[in-house]
Design a protein around this ligand. Structure first.
Ligand SMILES: [Zn+2]
Ligand SMILES: [Zn+2]
Length: 144
């Protein structure tokens, strides 16, 4: 996404389009690794020296409220953010720490037993070991 589209997206969701917010949205959308607020802060710090951790965190929460980002629930001790807002599941490798998106038919999962219930959130998280880790070829470049 270019900066202009990010600005338009913020405006369309009634978020005051500051330069910092626009860059945070843009970098989150470009990140496929489900970064934490800290990771995004580190990614943007060189570009925007005036940026603060709390701006990054508060902006992310604003984006989540507006439906432009999601919080993913896979780790107890850290909050990770997802720039993909379409419903999908996650697979976390406990070996190298990476979190991959997985396509899941949530409607199929939640029909039947849950018919008639009001569902507010649907998350599917699977943990295990990825093929690279099982084969012993993981590069383990994760910083956490
Ligand atoms: Zn792995
Ligand atoms: Zn995801």
């Amino acid at each position: 996404m270019d900066n202009q589209s990010a600005l338009q997206l913020l405006k369309a969701h009634k978020i005051r389009p500051t330069y910092q917010r626009m860059r945070i949205l843009n970098v989150l959308r470009a990140s496929s690794d489900h970064p934490t607020a800290e990771t995004l802060y580190l990614r943007l710090k060189a570009e925007i020296p005036a940026l603060s951790r709390s701006t990054v965190y508060n902006t992310l929460l604003t984006l989540v409220e507006a439906g432009l980002a999601r919080i993913i629930h896979i780790e107890e001790n850290s909050t990770r953010f997802d720039g993909i807002t379409e419903e999908h599941g996650h697979f976390q490798c406990l070996g190298c720490g990476k979190i991959e998106n997985i396509a899941i038919d949530m409607d199929r999962l939640t029909q039947g037993q849950l018919a008639g219930c009001q569902l507010l959130e649907r998350h599917v998280s699977i943990r295990g070991l990825c093929r690279q880790c099982l084969a012993g070829t993981s590069t383990s470049e994760e910083d956490s």
